[in-house]
Structure formats: C-alpha cells, structure tokens
Design a protein around this ligand. Structure first.
Ligand SMILES: NC(=O)c1ccc[n+]([C@@H]2O[C@H](COP(=O)([O-])OP(=O)(O)OC[C@H]3O[C@@H](n4cnc5c(N)ncnc54)[C@H](O)[C@@H]3O)[C@@H](O)[C@H]2O)c1
Length: 266
C-alpha cells in the first residue's frame, strides 16, 4: 500500500504542530521526503535521525515565504509532489475575569483577520503557488486539513464552565474555526475542478478532536456526542493521510473525508 510515496517530495505546513508532526511521520513511514514548513522551527527530537525530514521556516500568510520555500525545495530535490495545508492558529481565545474574547459579541476584527490569514488565506496562497507548479509540471496532490466542524456546528455546551454564573463570560469555540474549516471544503472543491488536466488532485481530511489530556469534564461531555464513545488517538489519522496523498486515492478528488468516530452522523 502507498508504495508510490517512496521518495515523493511533500510539504506539510504547520508541520511542527501536534498533528503536523503526525502527518510528517505518516509520509516518512511510506518513504517520502518530507519538508515541514512552520513559523516555529525549533529542533524536534522525533525527527533527529531521519535524513528524509527537513524543517524549514515558512509563514503561510506570506506569498514570498511560500515561493522561497518552493524554490529551495526544487533546488534541492528537483521535484515536489504533495502539499498538506495543515497550519492554523489554535483559536482558543479565553481571557478569564475580564471579557470573554472568544464570544461572537466580543470577537475582534483583529483576531478574525489573524486566524483567517493563517487557516484560510494561508491554504489559498500555498495552493496557488504549489498547485500551479503541480499543474504546469508533473502533477501533484493537495490535502487540506479541515475538521469535523467543517460539516457540523460546534456544540458550545462543551466549553460551558459550571462555576461561571455570568453567561456573557462563558467561553465558546470561536466563529473563525467554523468559517475557516467550512471554507476549506469550498476551496477543496474549487481547486479540484480548476486545473482540468487531471494532474492535480485536491481533497480534504476532517478529523475529530484528538485526546490530549483535556479536562475530564470536557472529555466526558464530548464522548457523549461521539457514537464511538471516545476522542481520537493522535496517530489515528496517519493511514488516512497516506491514503489521500498517494495513488491509493488516485480516482478521488474534491472530497472531504470525515474521520470523527461518527460524531457528525448524530
Ligand atoms: N487537534 C485536533 O484535535 C484537531 C482536530 C481537527 C482538526 N485539527 C486541525 O489540524 C491542524 C493542526 O492542528 P494541531 O492541533 O496540530 O494545531 P497546532 O497548534 O499544534 O499546530 C499548528 C501549527 O501551525 C503553525 N503555524 C501557525 N501560524 C503559522 C504560519 N503563519 N505559517 C506556518 N505555520 C504556522 C504553528 O506554529 C503550529 O506548529 C489544524 O488545521 C487544526 O485545525 C486539529
């Protein structure tokens, strides 16, 4: 399975983040040459001894930064085959005791612009630069990392704090998360039909929440919303990434693969 990823050159944006590292490992497992592009390029011991892994500075909000990285990859590898648009700003905006900044009524335009510029504009810019390269050369794959919240609305009761009497101070999942993730599905569909030469496949992966020792109360509540009764383990998206980035999915484009323990079915 997925042997065609051997020595394929892949870029994972936000590759130094929690799931970004998993996507890098998924591709490395299949023999790919992996570039992690992130604003955070601290040395990562998980990849230390792997000479097929390269960490580069990348700011997905800057077209220059994206073009520079493409040029660097091409200079070294002479090819590039896969782009995973994974970078995002973790949109938890809670500020206890003052006003609750994650709430719609308090959500600032500045915060809106900041999050949209990474999660959505960043995916657009990377797709523009890499997608055009794929279309004009030997083809490629774009994978947009969305979320189960690309197809369902956040259940704000998950974030409700019992000890907070003032309902105007209750934290919520910010509006930007839903907007960005839904828009990534639109971007996926648009791009999948844009280059009509069949050389560029574009799909989305919509993961459900990963268990990372969140507060017990939150975990209990979210488990009740998931038919399989649990959050995802961190490595449970690796095989989907391998499938979507390789020829195993060669007749698939414009789709959103939702892997969420069934949450979006209820
Ligand atoms: N964690 C989950 O449970 C979960 C569930 C569903 C979807 N997702 C999605 O998966 C993706 C990764 O999530 P995560 O939990 O690993 O987040 P994370 O915060 O751990 O990683 C995000 C990475 O993006 C990088 N980044 C931020 N701004 C950037 C920029 N301008 N240019 C380049 N890189 C930048 C950060 O430095 C970070 O390394 C996101 O798109 C997220 O929405 C996560």
């Amino acid at each position: 399975m997925s042997s065609d990823l051997l020595n394929k050159v892949c870029l994972v944006t936000g590759g130094n983040g929690m799931l970004g590292q998993e996507h890098c490992l998924a591709l490395l497992e299949k023999g790919a040459i992996v570039y992690s592009g992130d604003i955070n390029v601290t040395e990562n011991t998980r990849f230390k001894k792997n000479d097929k892994y390269h960490a580069h500075y990348l700011d997905v909000t800057s077209e220059n930064s994206i073009q520079n990285l493409l040029n660097n990859i091409l200079m070294k590898e002479k090819r590039v085959d896969v782009l995973i648009n994974n970078a995002a700003i973790d949109s938890k905006v809670t500020q206890a005791n003052t006003i609750e900044l994650s709430r719609l009524e308090n959500f600032s335009l500045e915060q809106w612009n900041k999050e949209i510029s990474v999660g959505l504009t960043g995916a657009f810019l990377c797709s523009k630069v890499f997608g055009n390269f794929f279309a004009e050369n030997s083809g490629g794959v774009i994978l947009n990392i969305a979320s189960d919240l690309s197809v369902i609305s956040p259940d704000q009761r998950l974030y409700f704090k019992k000890n907070l009497i003032d309902k105007n101070k209750q934290p919520v999942k910010p509006v930007t998360y839903s907007v960005i993730k839904s828009a990534l599905i639109g971007l996926t569909k648009y791009l999948s039909t844009y280059w009509l030469n069949g050389k560029v496949r574009v799909n989305a992966l919509s993961p459900g929440g990963v268990f990372v020792e969140q507060p017990v109360d939150f975990v209990k509540k979210i488990e009740k919303l998931i038919p399989m009764g649990r959050m995802a383990r961190i490595d449970e998206y690796r095989s989907a990434v391998q499938f979507l980035c390789s020829d195993d999915s060669k007749y698939m484009t414009g789709q959103n693969l939702i892997i969420d323990g069934g949450r979006s079915v209820w």
